[in-house]
Design a binder for this molecule. Structure first.
Ligand SMILES: Nc1ncnc2c1ncn2[C@@H]1O[C@H](COP(=O)(O)OP(=O)(O)O)[C@@H](O)[C@H]1O
Ligand SMILES: [Mg+2]
Length: 103
């Protein structure tokens, strides 16, 4: 399970998150919705560890991993859907590429 505890983040006076605690539980699909500038991308970056919040923690259950694709809709045009998903996990993708070079 992926969860956050008391995530807070501000940019200057702009408070994006104030003590956000949430559990993303197995078997569910989640969408993050909000107006432009509400903080959706920033929240995903916090979840993936790309940026650190001012306060709070993100936790992932042991033996689970998180992959994230960047928000550029044309960045993966030359890849199949399967490979695009694999690219989200860089370590796995690099190993896959190495494996393919050996065949
Ligand atoms: N590195 C940063 N420094 C200062 N302000 C930022 C930074 N990143 C995002 N912001 C601001 O935080 C707010 C949320 O941005 P963002 O997460 O990209 O929103 P969304 O994805 O919901 O459109 C916006 O007002 C944006 O200008
Ligand atoms: Mg965004």
């Amino acid at each position: 399970m992926l969860s956050t505890q008391n995530i807070s983040l501000s940019y200057g006076k702009r408070v994006l998150f104030d003590e956000v605690s949430i559990n993303f539980t197995k078997g569910n699909c989640y969408g993050i919705i909000g107006a432009n500038g509400a903080g959706k991308s920033t929240f995903l970056k916090i979840l993936s560890g790309e940026i650190e919040p001012n306060k709070g923690i993100v936790s992932l259950s042991p033996n689970e991993r998180l992959s994230m694709l960047k928000q550029n809709q044309h960045e993966y045009n030359e890849f199949t859907v399967l490979n695009t998903v694999l690219i989200g996990n860089k370590k796995m993708w690099d190993i896959q590429q190495q494996k393919m070079r050996c065949i």
